[in-house]
Design a protein around this ligand. Sequence first.
Ligand code: TMP
Length: 205
Amino acid sequence: MRKGKFITIDGVEGAGKSTQIDFICQYLANKDINIVLTREPGGSAIGEKIRTLLLSNSTGEMHADTELMLMFAARNEHIQTKIIPALVQGDWVLSDRFTDASYAYQGGGRGLSIARIAQLESWVLQSFTPDMTLLLDVPVEIGMQRVESRGKKDRIEQESLDFFNRVRDAYIARSKQYPERIKLIDAAQSAKNTSNQIQEILKTL
Ligand code: TMP
């Protein structure tokens, strides 16, 4: 049923996802692969509205469970209306963030129970998982410097360094738990070197 490959890219803030996403799209396009680029939270009309609610500073404080459920509500819409139809058609899908971000941010960052996140995951995703996840890893201080240079921070970017260190630790822990799927990439080096690492990994797909 699923003919295309589903790749996700994740990591702490300022890990350089955008640059590497451009590289991946170009690399796959050169191989005549039709690639659908999408993102979370968002990726569908309803999902983008949920994204605005989640990331706007005007939203203010939100209960952590509400945040988690909104991430999964947006994800359900995204999977059903965009990701699965594209994969069935034979396109490849590259998602800028996916479920691992909920484990890292809401689990690691906000301290929600992993078991509860797993319950939502099995409800919304059933057995659906990415074919491959590229996890860009940088020390939080480096990532946050990049975020600061971009200007105004969104609701989640306002969190503390401690929060983002917990996010990073949770991502790394997941890459150890699922080493076949989640490829941990050192993104503290130059963008070119990071792209080279990604290229070698993509070849295996
Ligand atoms: P970004 O994709 O532009 O980095 O912004 C998305 C923000 O949403 C980022 O701070 C990570 C956060 N996020 C979560 O907290 N949980 C999730 O499940 C997802 C997909 C993103």
